[in-house]
Design a binder for this molecule. Structure first.
Ligand SMILES: C[S@@+](CC[C@H](N)C(=O)[O-])C[C@H]1O[C@@H](n2cnc3c(N)ncnc32)[C@H](O)[C@@H]1O
Length: 329
């Protein structure tokens, strides 16, 4: 790990802790542990007796998480890390092999970690030249190179628009189509330049963000199938909550937020008189101005939270697979 890397600053930490209300003895799941900055703060408040499980689908992030958590003055039994996508969060619950009735809190922090942007070889960044990678999980086959060089222009246009909210999606995808016929597009810098010169000059330099930001985000979301993964994971997360447990999601993109909003609303609405879930945020909560100044990554963050009030389906208790501790041999 390169020591020059900026430490990852956790987004909306105070708000996250407010909603999750960690206390000694509670059991938490951090679905996107990253550099474990949120997890570490939770961990300090759940000892003694508590436990936090952290998932990440990127082994480099887990390595960072481990170094950070080991540096804290907390018992090592109080945390566990798993190389898993959050869509498989039930497997982590199973692997914990403890007796419990669900998580007291679950956190999703869907953004990108500073490490991803800061290390050129992972190919997430247009400021540093690197291969067109964009994968969280290095074992996966689909990467940014395949999308940029082989996906039909029409598909590129769609993902730039849908995942990047890019207004020049047509012009950019056409230019990519032309350029890749001449020569395959190999690096993040080449791609960033192509994007820069496909948008009208007056927008090229006037935007507050680098002209390639939106397209890079879109490619990352497509490579990692981020929206589908979140759609699959959230209902599982809600089912894994204990009564009184809270699920908090930080999202950074309108498509992501829409998925969270819809899933939470559906679950809170299902039974009007005796609801199983209660929305804690009717509207999303945004970071304060000071935080946005200090942590640019927080700029687009939105927080939503929901609490489980009861377990609707008694069959849920039988989710023995999920709560291996409950299903005693
Ligand atoms: C914004 S970072 C989390 C930072 C963390 N909250 C902290 O305080 O250090 C998001 C993390 O989620 C991970 N991630 C992305 N998609 C994932 C998935 N489907 N399952 C598990 N982790 C995922 C990324 O690898 C990244 O490390």
């Amino acid at each position: 790990v390169n020591n020059n890397l900026r430490v990852h600053v956790p987004v909306m930490l105070a708000e996250v802790l407010d909603f999750l209300a960690p206390e000694p003895g509670k059991i938490f799941l951090d679905a996107t542990v990253g550099a474990a900055q949120h997890s570490g703060a939770i961990l300090k408040q759940i000892i003694p007796g508590g436990l936090i499980a952290g998932l990440d689908r990127d082994s480099e992030m887990l390595y960072l998480a481990r170094i950070y958590l080991e540096s804290l003055d907390v018992p090592s039994e109080a945390w566990r890390l798993f190389l898993l996508s959050y869509k498989d969060l039930d497997k982590a619950a199973e692997a914990l092999k403890i007796k419990f009735d669900g998580f007291d809190g679950i956190l999703f922090d869907c953004g990108i970690a500073s490490l991803h942007v800061d290390s050129a070889d992972r190919g997430f960044s247009f400021n540093k030249d690197g291969p067109l990678d964009f994968r969280f999980n290095q074992d996966q086959n689909l990467d940014g190179y395949k999308i940029v060089n082989h996906w039909p222009e029409k598909e590129l246009k769609r993902i730039f628009r849908e995942y990047g909210d890019e207004r020049f999606s047509g012009a950019i995808s056409r230019k990519i189509g032309r350029e890749r016929k001449k020569k395959k597009i190999e690096t993040t810098k080449e791609l960033a330049d192509i994007i820069k010169y496909s948008i009208p000059p007056k927008f090229r330099f006037s935007r507050k963000i680098h002209p390639a930001t939106r397209v890079f985000q879109a490619i990352r979301m497509a490579v990692n199938d981020e929206l589908a993964t979140l759609t699959e994971a959230l209902p599982k997360a809600l089912k894994s909550l204990a009564v009184g447990g809270v699920c908090v999601v930080l999202s950074y993109h309108s498509g992501e937020d829409r998925i969270v909003k819809r899933c939470f609303a559906e679950n809170a609405k299902r039974s009007k008189w005796d609801p199983e879930f209660s929305l804690l945020t009717k509207k999303p909560v945004y970071p304060g101005e000071d935080e946005v100044k200090q942590t640019p990554r927080a700029r687009s963050a939105r927080l939503r939270a929901i609490r489980r009030l009861r377990i609707e389906n008694e069959g849920d208790a039988d989710r023995g697979v999920v709560y291996s501790g409950v299903r005693m041999p």
